[in-house]
Design a protein around this ligand. Structure first.
Ligand code: ADP
Ligand code: ADP
Length: 224
């Protein structure tokens, strides 16, 4: 599986060129999108996630025309936005159950299995009855991954997930990402160079909407 982005452009009202002829081929595994604030990372990720339209260009997921197949894309997509809201009255288990239902798992028993497996996988089992508003930053982001992984996405988009986390929390979060496996395309955006270097098998550096580098972290080091 492979995501192919070709000639993608986006200029916001007001004139900011957020995507400037972006061309990228993103294979399976952990892919790092590295760039400073304002580089265009969120714009690119939201566009891939079919949450906003580019001005021009195309995105293909294997044979699928992403920009013209929103419903199909959303079935295979997990998306963890930079800031996600949580409902104050529900606990972690109830929230995941709702999401599993929305993703079409109608059997109560099946949902419970999926939700329990996910709570264990992200290490929140003992917190499953706690309200999300009481979660620490690290717990919240791990919960976000659980949310995004329900339904077994083939494409997982994670936007600046470690902003505001301390180094311990960050490590736990990245260990979780590393466990997701090589048959999923995981796109991780960050402004932290070391994280991409240590974690990702492939990467791109973007700045002012332009791809400055695309390739392996090893090659990036030598091209800097
Ligand atoms: P990053 O995620 O790398 O910080 P963004 O994609 O959020 O980058 O932003 C890229 C550029 O586009 C920035 O200059 C930002 O200010 C601008 N921008 C982002 N969203 C909008 C918007 N809705 N309207 C106008 N400008 C925007
Ligand atoms: P992380 O949340 O990434 O595990 P923290 O340093 O925030 O890292 O928390 C360490 C542990 O302390 C957590 O795994 C959790 O067991 C517990 N903990 C932290 N914050 C809370 C909280 N608000 N409510 C309950 N338990 C918490």
């Amino acid at each position: 599986m492979e995501l192919r982005i070709a000639d993608l452009n986006k200029v916001y009202k007001g004139g900011v060129r957020a995507l400037d002829n972006v061309n990228l081929t993103i294979p399976q595994g952990l892919y790092g999108l590295l760039g400073p604030n304002g580089a265009g990372k969120s714009t690119l990720m939201r566009t891939i996630a079919t949450l906003q339209e580019p001005d021009s260009g195309s995105i293909q997921l294997d044979g699928l025309d992403v920009l013209r197949s929103k419903d199909e894309v959303r079935k295979v997509l997990g998306y963890l936005p930079q800031d996600f809201g949580v409902y104050p009255r529900v606990n972690a288990e109830e929230m995941l159950d709702q999401i599993a239902l929305l993703k079409g798992i109608t059997s109560h028993r099946e949902r419970r299995e999926v939700v329990h497996e996910m709570l264990r996988r992200v290490n929140l089992w003992e917190h499953r009855r706690k309200r999300l508003t009481g979660f620490s930053g690290g717990m919240r982001q791990r919960f976000g991954i659980a949310q995004a992984l329900i339904g077994n996405p083939r494409l997982l988009i994670v936007d600046e997930p470690t902003a505001g986390l301390d180094p311990g929390e960050r490590n736990r979060f990245y260990n979780l990402l590393a466990e997701i496996g090589d048959n999923v395309i995981v796109i991780l955006s960050t402004h932290i160079v070391e994280d991409v270097m240590e974690l990702c098998s492939n990467m791109a550096i973007i700045h002012l909407g332009k791809v400055l580098f695309a390739g392996s972290p090893d090659r990036a080091v030598h091209s800097l």
